[in-house]
Design a protein around this ligand. Structure first.
Ligand code: SF4
Length: 680
């Protein structure tokens, strides 16, 4: 391994202040506005790596002890990039500002390029690194025109990983001698002793889960999937971080920021040679040092065959595995070079993790060569039968750096010229078996079907009790992204923010009035979306929450009646009430001896009290009767039959809705069940 690092401290007479601005760019939405949220969902590990590396250079003092540092980490998906403000800081005498656009993926490249040019216009040094630049340079014989244009504008491109090289680049910047390209792809650095990723506290607060951080324990992957960029960018040779350094960072994060939940971003954690020492270390942290660490990892479909892997992962605090299943069609898997995936194994794989109380989250790609509208629908049905807890769907995208991209180029297959669409939820080429828009329709339907009320109920009912709320909250996150934000859960957060001027240059700047109308429409649509989502999730909770033994018995009785009634969902309120009464009477008869209160109140009366007590959610297993009532009120209103609306009943139902929803919210926020006390 070549160490490019310079170790002797140098002085830079021109500058006594260094402002390092690390920016993870976002992308543009379909209207050209930058995607930004009040609360994000996934922190960027590359940003954390760069922050850790920069702090290390600063702490070692190799750029001179008199140099005053300021390091800002900005994730544009949750923070506005103030180009003017950053440029203003640079105007202070003796200040050097270096803007680093980090971890830029292909779909973020158009935004990164626009930001880079804006910063260049302000006279700042700009570097762009990440999977796009690395992927393009690793696969193409020549520099493409868009990257060349950036270089001509004075932007520096960085390909490959910068561990052991960051100090050298910063020195070049302070000497005003940055090169147009730093290409480290030929030699991946040894990361065993590299500085650990670190995310500043102020950035952590911008995500929905504050005690959550990312960390890469290793890089690279030995497999050769044709759609994947990891192998060309990080290599097939696995490299690892030192276990002690990982332990130290976890301890520090817990002590300083109360961070205890991790996403270990290794593309394939189970192929990390050190998986066992890492899991042993995590077990020690949990059991001997009382650090309640838990984590999610990415694994391959053969991981359940590794002796002891699942057991140790569960004991070490693994709560979820993200599995690259990609397809359940053998022909597709073969075409994608995913030889390690065997469809016949999938059920065993999911079951093995479930037995250890680890949730399974599958990655599934739609748009492989053998997919068609019918086959995708069939596959999604079969996918639900596997019993996985979550699935993330993606559209096949020929990302620069992947073998698919090279193949598309060699066959001169037409690809979308707009890199902003290479986000795995846009069609980027003409599929052989699915017409334009049909492919997107299949993709959208896959999300809708998997996250339908019925399937969520099935998953939650089968989940281990300790997993219930984790899954429930994940469903809210996913449904919010799919239904309300109409985007991908891995990108879209909570409460969309926009800036009138934060628009792609190929779109015109809207007038204040036009923009105001757009925002009113946006906010209205979001409010309606949230209301629907809240009621949908309340229904899921009502039907799946933990029940007291009394409730369980009533449900059993109701189910007996239900079997005899085919169209249960079409029952009207009086009919439902009769059913409840019948169930209660049957219950009274069948369990008379065991079902008496100390006050000797007849059991039917107790059930009746429970049912109509607005302060109790017991014996309410669905919102359906209330929904039906509101619909009838709406109908009467539309027909002008105001006299038919019963005021007391309307007020009572409204109050009951309110109480029920408040209980749902309380249960959700406190992650507890509000079951009625047992009456026996
Ligand atoms: S898709 Fe996953 S298993 Fe396949 S090469 Fe990429 S990281 Fe490895």
């Amino acid at each position: 391994m070549v160490n490019f690092g310079h170790t002797a401290a140098e002085t830079f007479p021109l500058f006594d202040r260094l402002h390092l601005c690390l920016i993870k760019p976002s992308k543009y939405d379909d209207d050209g506005y930058v995607i930004r949220y009040w609360k994000g969902v996934l922190p960027s590990n590359t940003l954390a790596c760069l922050y850790g590396l920069s702090e290390d250079v600063k702490n070692r003092g190799v750029l001179g002890n008199n140099l005053k540092w300021r390091i800002d980490a900005i994730d544009e998906t949750v923070q506005r990039v103030d180009v003017e403000g950053i440029a203003r800081l640079n105007r202070r005498k003796g200040t050097k500002t270096i803007v680093c656009l980090v971890g830029v993926q292909t779909n973020q490249f158009p935004r990164a390029a626009d930001l880079a040019l804006e910063f260049r216009r302000q006279g700042l040094d700009v570097l762009i690194g990440g999977f796009h630049v690395s992927g393009v340079i690793s696969t193409l014989p020549e520099m493409p025109a868009d990257l060349r244009a950036l270089q001509e504008a004075g932007v520096t491109l960085v390909a490959g990983e910068i561990e052991n090289r960051w100090e050298m680049i910063l020195k070049d910047a302070l000497n005003n001698s940055l090169m147009p390209l730093y290409n480290f792809l030929q030699e991946s650095p040894d990361i065993s002793r590299a500085p650990m990723p670190r995310i500043p506290k102020n950035l952590l607060n911008r995500y929905a889960v504050k005690h959550f951080a990312t960390l890469d324990c290793g890089r690279g992957c030995p497999f050769q999937c044709t759609f994947c960029t990891v192998i060309n960018v990080q290599g097939r040779q696995m490299r690892y971080r030192c276990v002690d350094s990982i332990a130290e960072r976890i301890r520090e994060n817990y002590r300083q920021h109360n961070v205890s939940y991790y996403f270990f971003t290794d593309d394939n954690f189970c192929r990390n040679k050190n998986w066992e020492p890492i899991l042993d270390m995590l077990i020690r942290l949990r059991e001997e040092e009382s650090i309640p660490v838990s984590f999610m990892i990415q694994v391959d479909t053969q991981s359940h065959r590794i002796p002891g892997f699942i057991e140790k992962a569960a004991r070490a605090g693994c709560s979820q595995v993200f599995i690259g299943m990609e397809s359940i069609n053998e022909e597709n898997l073969k075409a994608a070079g995913k030889k390690q995936n065997r469809v016949t194994d999938f059920k065993n794989l999911v079951n093995a993790y479930h037995e250890a109380a680890i949730s399974t989250h599958l990655a599934y790609i739609i748009g492989f060569p053998f997919d068609s509208e019918e086959s995708v629908q069939r596959d999604i049905q079969n996918l639900q039968q596997l019993g996985a807890d979550q699935v993330s769907f993606f559209m096949l995208t020929p990302l620069p750096g992947s073998m698919d991209y090279l193949q598309f180029l060699s066959k001169a297959t037409l690809m979308d010229a707009d890199l902003n669409n290479f986000d795995t939820f846009h069609e980027t080429f003409r599929h052989q078996r699915m017409k334009p828009r049909v492919w997107t329709r299949c993709y959208e339907k896959a999300w809708k079907d998997f996250y339908s009320v019925e399937n969520m109920k099935r998953i939650l009912k089968n989940a281990k009790p300790q997993k219930y709320w984790d899954l429930f909250l994940n469903f809210i996150w996913y449904k919010n992204a799919i239904q309300v934000e109409e985007g991908h859960p891995m990108l879209h957060g909570f409460v969309r923010l926009k800036g009138r001027r934060e628009r792609r240059r190929i779109y015109s700047l809207e007038s204040r009035w036009v923009y105001f109308k757009r925002r009113v429409r946006d906010i209205w649509r979001t409010l309606i979306g949230w209301s629907k989502l809240a009621l949908e999730m309340e229904e899921v909770w009502l039907q799946t929450r933990h029940r007291s033994s009394l409730e369980e018995r009533v449900v059993l009785e109701l189910e007996q009646y239900q079997k005899r009634i085919r169209e249960w969902r079409k029952l009207r309120l009086p009919e439902l009430r009769t059913l409840y009464r019948q169930a209660a009477l049957a219950l009274e008869k069948s369990s008379h001896r065991h079902f008496s209160s100390p006050l000797r109140i007849p059991s039917y009366f107790q059930l009746w009290l429970q049912k109509w007590n607005v302060f109790s959610d017991s014996l309410t297993f669905t919102r359906f009767p209330m929904r039906w009532y509101w619909r009838s009120v709406l109908r009467q209103l539309k027909q002008g039959h105001f006299h038919r609306i019963r005021l007391f009943k309307t007020a009572f139902t409204g109050f009951r809705e309110f109480v029920l929803f408040a209980r749902f919210l309380r249960a959700l926020l406190k992650r507890v069940d509000y079951s009625v006390p047992n009456l026996e």
